[in-house]
Ligand binder design. Structure first.
Ligand SMILES: CCCCC/C=C\CCCC/C=C/C(=O)SCCNC(=O)CCNC(=O)[C@H](O)C(C)(C)COP(=O)(O)OP(=O)(O)OC[C@H]1O[C@@H](n2cnc3c(N)ncnc32)[C@H](O)[C@@H]1OP(=O)(O)O
Length: 281
């Protein structure tokens, strides 16, 4: 079927209790018996967040949000060793201002839906999660990371010569505190799972093969609290950050477009992409 956003979706029924829907880059398996949906990003090689993935992400969340049977979402990756490499740098490089604006609006939309969700959201971080990948995780209610010291998480934007916008910074501050955020963002720090746990960036570190089962167990604990009370509390806690972006949404887009269009910033991003490609070859 074609959604109102023009994204093709495949629907399938895999049992009486499980429903599945899948787009190009997102697959969702909804378990009607538990009320839990597992949403997987699947954009090889590194789940970088391009315009299409962000759009599919927002649509999938919206569908789950209006599904009365769905009370919680586990967000994870179908790509081994990678949760998400963050924003697709090629979406911010060598394109025109209209494209940058459309891309940023899609990112804002996805974030407003994820951070503002009424459902319980748990990030099952089964791989590296820099920058925009970290934003996804920090926007959830709870974070479980795989115990593998090769994986890292953090807002490393300054290492690319770019700057995490105020709404990334706000939720990082709410998660790890002002001082830790200041240091972390200025230096563009990436943390191992153990260090991320120490500063409170993730809530639990578990063996790689236990990430999903732990997420399900945590979900059951959160489900023990009456939904209406939990939802009102979540909304009370998150409303100021949501309102701030909604109020300044157009200015934030303008700011991003003008910043990213600068020759010096384009040059920094190109150098970073070349460095990534060299490392891979
Ligand atoms: C003053 C106000 C300012 C307002 C706002 C202004 C600015 C906006 C800020 C925007 C916020 C930005 C957020 C972001 O998310 S930026 C992206 C940051 N991401 C990264 O730094 C991660 C880069 N990637 C890696 O570190 C690694 O790839 C890895 C995720 C650890 C995985 O490593 P590995 O498995 O070894 O894979 P490779 O490095 O070999 O990568 C495979 C191919 O994927 C390409 N790649 C990787 N990451 C990205 C990406 N983010 N975007 C696009 N492409 C990516 C990589 O080049 C390889 O490609 P190849 O196969 O063609 O060589």
């Amino acid at each position: 079927t074609l959604s109102p956003y023009g994204v093709h979706q495949k629907h399938g029924q895999i049992s009486n209790q499980r429903r599945q829907f899948s787009n190009t880059y997102i697959s969702v398996e909804m378990d009607d018996a538990t009320g839990v949906a597992v949403m997987k990003m699947k954009r090889p090689p590194v789940n970088s967040l391009n315009l299409e993935l962000l759009t599919e992400f927002a649509i999938s969340l919206e569908k789950l949000e209006i599904d009365r049977g769905c009370r919680g979402v586990i967000l994870t990756s179908a790509i081994p060793k990678i949760f998400s490499a963050g924003l697709d740098i090629t979406e911010m490089c060598g394109k025109n201002a209209d494209h940058y604006g459309e891309f940023w609006r899609a990112l804002q939309e996805m974030w407003l839906k994820l951070y503002g969700s009424n459902m319980v959201t748990i990030a099952a971080i089964n791989g590296s999660s820099p920058a925009g990948g970290c934003l996804l995780a920090v926007s959830c209610d709870y974070r479980i990371m795989a115990d593998n010291k090769k994986y890292t998480i953090g807002l490393n934007e300054t290492q690319l010569g770019i700057v995490a916008p105020f709404w990334f910074k706000d939720i990082m501050t709410d998660t790890i505190g002002h001082r830790a955020t200041e240091r972390s963002l200025e230096l563009g720090m990436l943390y191992s799972p153990t260090d991320a746990l120490k500063i409170g960036l993730v809530d639990e570190v578990v063996a790689e093969d236990k990430v999903l089962s732990t997420a399900s167990a945590v979900m059951a604990q959160w489900f023990a609290v009456p939904d209406h009370a939990r939802q009102l509390t979540k909304s009370m806690m998150r409303k100021p950050n949501l309102d701030r972006l909604v109020t300044h949404r157009e200015a934030d887009i303008k700011n991003f477009v003008s910043f990213i269009s600068r020759d010096s910033i384009q040059k920094s991003l190109q150098i970073y992409m070349e460095m990534l490609k060299k490392k891979g070859s």
